[in-house]
Design a protein around this ligand. Structure first.
Ligand code: URA
Length: 210
């Protein structure tokens, strides 16, 4: 396993991922599955959130009970497919702040070009969880993380559904400090920068645009 990469091998994740990959899966099913998987990935990425003890009262007695210490969270969706992961994560942490980064891939160079950037201001005080279902060439992800660091983010994690060795290598080189969470490391990229076997274009499958 490459450094700082967690493959979430939970059977529910793997089962849902297989359903998402099938070309027969409808847009509605795909969207629901992505939302469900993002809950399970979120569970893993937030595994080490610090806890503190607070006194509470049950119907029977008083006790010291664990509660999230209050490390503030920020979820950042890389548009547009990142929004598919965002919904489920927000179900888990409804009070998280949300940022959006718009990047498109130049079809010739496959490099990321920014067209939108809107994030809450206090990035430096938050755990920033960056969301993009497909970590393919890694150019968009690396550009998004660089942009967030420039804006002040210091504690960043990256969550995707699928990646490939190329995407991991790009991220490892640009941002070795950023842990990656994924449901699968697929075989390779094709000549158009798509993940193989993959699941196709995540945005198109999520929104039915193809
Ligand atoms: N983006 C996608 O939506 N799918 C891929 O396979 C690669 C990048």
């Amino acid at each position: 396993m490459p450094d700082n990469v967690t493959v979430v091998a939970h059977p529910l994740v793997q089962h849902k991922l297989a359903l998402m990959r099938r070309k027969e899966t409808t847009t509605a099913e795909f969207r629901l599955l992505l939302r469900e998987i993002s809950l399970l990935l979120g569970y893993e990425v937030m595994r080490d959130l610090p806890l503190t003890q607070v006194e509470i009262e049950t119907p029977l007695t008083r006790m010291q009970a664990p509660r999230l210490e209050g490390k503030k969270l920020m979820l950042v969706s890389i548009l547009r497919a990142g929004n598919g992961l965002l919904e489920g994560m927000l179900d888990l942490v409804p009070s998280a702040r949300v940022g959006h980064i718009g990047l498109y891939r130049d079809p010739k160079t496959l490099e990321a070009v920014e067209y939108y950037f809107k994030v809450p201001q206090d990035l430096g005080e938050r755990l920033v969880i960056v969301l993009d279902p497909m970590l393919a060439t890694g150019h968009s992800a690396a550009a998004a993380v660089s942009r967030l660091k420039k804006a002040g983010a210091r504690d960043i994690k990256f969550v995707c559904l699928l990646t490939v060795p190329e995407g991991i290598a790009t991220m490892r080189e640009a941002h070795p400090d950023v842990p990656i969470f994924t449901a699968s490391i697929d075989e390779r990229l094709n000549d158009h920068g798509y993940i193989v076997p993959g699941l196709g274009d995540a945005g198109d499958r999520l929104y039915g645009t193809k």
